[in-house]
Design a protein around this ligand. Structure first.
Ligand SMILES: *[C@@H]1O[C@H](CO)[C@@H](O)[C@H](O)[C@H]1NC(C)=O
Ligand SMILES: *[C@@H]1O[C@H](CO)[C@@H](O)[C@H](O)[C@H]1NC(C)=O
Length: 372
């Protein structure tokens, strides 16, 4: 008994559903097409656009266009809707032939802009620069043939029509008056109307004169093919970055995010000019220091390090001679000439400068050598 009554209910239910006129007689689903006068289909507020509710069904009597976000529906006889005021949001259409209606079309999202998309503002080489640097601010739009306006604060600094999508503004010799916030806009003629864009993001130009780091050299013992460059910043920050640059500004080596105010670079290619810089973080940007003095180790054969050691040794010897002479004169023994050290001696110094200093001198004079 029980299974039978359940089956009966299901059968009655199915009959009710299949006989429901709204479902059984629904007409085929139409397709909504949107047409604009703009090649990029950008719809500006006030533009006239066309919407077609397309169907193969020939006996449609009425067409309905509904904005799903407001529930506003436009009803008309033809399938072509020409609208000069349309709200952003999803739209669907359907049609009816008197007795029954179609299913609504798949929704079409329509985005009506009140301004053109914002341009992109950028600067080279950096947002944080030194006094006297040259910078170029660039404003780039999504469209060509626009009129750009560049503002610093509220002041218009450049207005220019561009046949491309970009305009540039160069500051040759940046001073305090050029620092500040820049923004750009553009205007474009769309459908015979001049439309303004949204403003770009603000670009903050800052001047930060970070003094140059000092460089010094070290020649590792037993490795005449390489030189160690020490780069030391005259300030300390919680996080510092160091770069060893070739003369053409190409980054040769980098020490990232150190907590020290110095870095060490070992180089093997001695036939190059090097400088170093340090950078600190200011907000989300980096401020670069001025370039250090240039380090140039001469034509790079493997004896370069030795030549420099020889020069250093010679300086030590001359100083030694001068000090010895002073000692001798203090001892009232002026007849004795300063020692003329033979070349072999120089080579010995070259092997170990430290040792030579101790050999030649009593500890009291050591400081004089350190200052060489
Ligand atoms: C639009 O109308 C439908 C039925 O007519 C209703 O269910 C829906 O909540 C309405 N939506 C809005 C946003 O008014
Ligand atoms: C401007 O044009 C260039 C090249 O045509 C393109 O790469 C760039 O993305 C455009 N700028 C914008 C903001 O669309």
């Amino acid at each position: 008994m029980r299974p039978f009554s359940v089956l009966m209910f299901i059968t009655i239910g199915l009959l009710l559903i299949t006989r429901h006129p709204a479902i059984s007689e629904r007409l085929p689903q139409p397709t909504l097409f949107l047409y604009t006068n703009d090649p990029d289909d950008v719809i500006m507020e006030g533009d006239t656009i066309s919407i077609f509710c397309e169907t193969k069904y020939r006996n449609a009597k009425k067409f309905f266009l509904t904005c799903l976000s407001t529930n506003e529906t436009i009803e008309q006889k033809g399938s072509h809707f020409s609208l000069s005021q349309i709200t952003s949001g999803a739209h669907t259409c359907k049609y009816c032939d008197g007795a029954s209606c179609s299913e609504p079309s798949d929704p079409e999202h329509i985005y009506v802009r009140d301004a053109l998309p914002e341009p992109i503002i950028s600067v080279t080489p950096s947002k944080i620069v030194h006094f006297g640097d040259r910078i170029t601010i660039t404003c780039s739009a999504h469209y060509e043939n626009v009129i750009f306006s560049l503002y610093k604060g509220n002041k218009l600094v450049k207005e220019a029509a561009a046949s491309t999508n970009t305009t540039s503004y160069e500051i040759q010799n940046i001073g305090r008056e050029n620092a500040g916030q820049y923004m750009c806009w553009y205007k474009k003629t769309t459908n015979n109307r001049l439309i303004q864009s949204h403003p770009s993001d603000p670009l903050m130009i800052r001047i930060k004169d970070l003094p140059k780091p000092t460089v010094s050299l070290e020649f590792p013992e037993g490795d005449s093919g390489s030189v160690i460059i020490h780069c030391a910043a005259p300030r300390t920050d919680s996080r510092m970055w160091f770069q060893l640059l070739r003369e053409n500004k190409i980054v040769e080596q980098e020490k990232e995010d150190t907590q020290e105010n110095k870095a060490t670079f070992t180089i093997k290619d001695l036939n190059e000019k090097y400088n170093c810089i340090y950078r600190i973080r200011i907000g989300t940007d980096f401020a670069d220091s001025k370039l250090s003095d240039v380090v140039f180790l001469g034509k790079g054969d493997h004896t370069t390090g030795n030549i420099i050691r020889l020069i250093f040794a010679a300086v030590v010897l001359i100083a030694t001679g001068l000090i010895l002479r002073k000692h001798l004169s203090e001892d009232q023994n002026l007849e004795e000439p300063a020692p003329d050290l033979p070349a072999a001696r120089v080579l010995l110094v070259k092997e170990s400068v430290e040792m030579e200093i101790q050999m030649q001198h009593e500890p009291a004079k050591e400081n004089e050598y350190k200052s060489i």
